[in-house]
Design a protein around this ligand. Structure first.
Ligand SMILES: Nc1nc2c(c(=O)[nH]1)N[C@H]1C(S)=C(S)[C@@H](COP(=O)(O)O)O[C@H]1N2
Ligand SMILES: [Mo]
Length: 172
């Protein structure tokens, strides 16, 4: 543990709850403790220009053990009240939970401390699994029977406005 930033070690970062047998509260150490096969080092291999190291969503799911009636996954970002809800079957093998950058935490300017990424996202607003579902500041993964809260913009204008807002946020 010594090589890791000690300020990261104690804090819980991510809740997994809803229609699961085993609700989880995961911190940096818990994410680090997932087996090597579940760790995805250097996400720039999938997405040029992105950085950081992840645990697969599939591994987190396996640990939480979804109930058989779980059909949707809602990704919550409390920080800016942004939410995305997508079918579990579509997301199952597509999700990456980025939680560190080498031995350090993931900076907020990269969507940290936890950033959800879809391996192969479609263009914004073209699919359930689009780039807009790459949720920054992820605080909670909730499994539900029906589709949950989804605050992704519904038209081009709202989407363009959100992107402008994010650009401002990033350069603040
Ligand atoms: N928490 C949060 N996550 C978010 C958003 C947001 O407004 N808040 N915007 C989404 C949208 S619309 C897009 S296209 C991507 C953009 O992220 P990027 O600039 O890192 O590609 O983040 C997504 N994740
Ligand atoms: Mo987007």
């Amino acid at each position: 543990m010594n090589e890791y930033d000690q300020t990261l070690v104690a804090e819980p970062l991510l809740i997994v709850d809803g229609e699961v047998e085993r609700p989880l509260s995961l911190g940096f150490v818990d994410l680090l403790a997932f087996p090597q096969d579940d760790q995805v080092e250097d996400v720039s291999r999938f997405h040029a220009g992105r950085s950081g190291d992840a645990v697969t969503f599939a591994a987190i799911l396996r640990t939480a053990s979804p109930r058989s009636d779980a059909n949707y996954v809602t990704l919550h970002a409390d920080r800016d009240d942004f939410h995305v809800s997508v079918p579990l079957a579509d997301l199952r093998d597509q999700g990456l939970v980025v939680y560190r950058s080498g031995a350090r935490g993931l900076n907020p300017d990269r969507g940290g401390p936890i950033r959800f990424l879809i391996r192969d996202p479609k263009a914004c607003r073209s699919s359930e699994l689009d780039e807009c579902a790459n949720v920054k500041y992820l605080s909670r993964i909730e499994l539900t029977i029906r589709k949950g809260r989804d605050t992704r913009p519904v038209d081009d204008e709202a989407h363009a406005a959100l992107h402008r807002e994010q650009e401002r946020e990033r350069t603040r």
